[in-house]
Ligand binder design. Structure first.
Ligand SMILES: Cc1cc2nc3c(=O)[nH]c(=O)nc-3n(C[C@H](O)[C@H](O)[C@H](O)COP(=O)(O)OP(=O)(O)OC[C@H]3O[C@@H](n4cnc5c(N)ncnc54)[C@H](O)[C@@H]3O)c2cc1C
Ligand code: SF4
Length: 333
């Protein structure tokens, strides 16, 4: 039996002070759907839990003005079902509705979702069963050269090719979201693509948060592209499964010409992946199915498949092309 401390502060200052006072074994806990899961698997072994659910006003969804703001404790289900979100950002609503299950979405928070860990089967296996640089730095990587059907084809390194699992961060990336953070040294914001790390030198570190940092909110600008957006996700089962390949697209068409497009990929990369090469294929041109497939190929031109995941490239090309055509169909004025 291991003893784990628990407290439930009522302010952000108290939460940060609790973290500072209880050391490197501390973890914040929000909905608990990832953290408790990883504790049961022995991947996470916190000595102290700081429950942030009693802190006031962290669950607000603010839709007035030019920027929409999601408090970190807003539930996935509440955000997905907010009428203004369905209208202004179909990509966000769809990414949440295609994630996990209704029961999980009723518990899980949009802030916690940003920090969920990879579903790499070797990472989640029993303690010490497989070498895993993410779980035990320097131990090696069982997935490289192992069963790699679900692993990344983009952004992998010689020490880790684990897929970033979340759908919501991929959708946020296509909207140029920013993340608000408060920590021991005060408050700051990061662009979402500055939050995540490639698994190069330190595969155990998924993100650029400092110890004790709390995500307090996420902001997204309102744009015409956001209103004509979509999240397209292909998985082994039609529900309750992580992406094999997914694409978030936000697009603005004027006349017949694409004026603005943002494409982000999920299920295929080690972090939420912005496909800028694909975007540059399309901007300033008239979208056809052929051009959409060309953009899909550009998105995967740097892909490096392993033994069993080459199919993700062909699948991903079609997912990008389909998502582009869906978003184009929503550009009705
Ligand atoms: C069976 C199953 C299927 C799933 N399927 C999908 C899927 O298809 N797609 C998908 O995207 N997700 C899926 N998920 C993941 C699910 O969406 C996440 O578990 C959930 O979003 C995490 O939110 P939470 O509030 O429960 O986080 P928690 O479990 O409370 O926390 C997760 C991590 O974030 C940290 N944390 C939480 N909040 C903060 C904060 N505000 N500041 C700093 N650190 C914080 C915690 O310390 C912990 O490390 C699935 C989960 C399960 C269990
Ligand atoms: S891919 Fe990454 S998470 Fe999976 S076994 Fe290798 S090091 Fe661990």
């Amino acid at each position: 039996m291991r003893t784990i401390g628990y407290e439930r502060p009522e302010t952000l200052d108290a939460a940060i002070a609790a973290y500072s006072g209880s050391g490197s074994g501390s973890r914040y806990i929000a909905g608990g759907t990832t953290l408790y899961d990883l504790m049961k698997l022995g991947v996470e072994t916190p000595t102290h839990l700081i429950d942030i659910t009693a802190i006031a006003n962290l669950d607000r969804i603010e839709t007035e003005g030019d920027v929409t703001r999601f408090g970190t404790m807003a539930l996935m289900s509440d955000v997905a079902e907010t009428p203004a979100i369905r209208t202004e950002y179909p990509v966000l609503s769809e990414s949440l509705l295609k994630a996990a299950s209704q029961q999980l979405r009723n518990m899980a928070t949009v802030g916690g979702n940003l920090l969920q860990r990879t579903r790499c089967p070797y990472f989640r296996a029993g303690n010490g069963v497989y070498p895993c640089n993410k779980r035990q730095p320097g131990s090696g990587c069982a997935a490289l050269g192992g069963l790699d059907r679900s692993q990344a084809v983009l952004g992998a390194s010689g020490s880790c090719n684990a897929v970033s699992p979340g759908d919501w961060p991929v959708a946020l990336l296509a909207l140029d979201a920013r993340v608000e953070i408060i920590g021991i040294d005060g408050q700051r914001t990061l662009p979402l693509d500055g939050l995540y790390r490639l698994p190069a030198e330190r595969p155990e570190a998924d993100h650029n948060l400092n110890p004790g940092d709390i995500i307090i909110g996420i902001t997204v600008p309102k744009t015409a592209a956001g209103r004509a957006s979509t999240y397209h996700k292909i998985r082994d089962r039609e529900s309750f499964a992580f992406a094999l390949a997914s694409a978030a697209v936000a697009m603005e068409i004027e006349g017949a010409v694409v004026r603005d497009v943002r494409i982000a990929l999920g299920g295929v990369a080690t972090l939420p992946w912005r496909a800028r090469q694909a975007e540059s294929v399309i901007v300033g041109r008239t979208l056809t199915r052929e051009l959409a497939v060309e953009a899909g190929r550009a998105a995967f031109q740097d892909a490096r498949p392993g033994r069993h995941n080459r199919f993700k490239i062909d699948l991903g090309v079609q997912v990008v092309a389909d998502a582009l055509m869906i978003a184009a169909g929503r550009n009705v004025r």
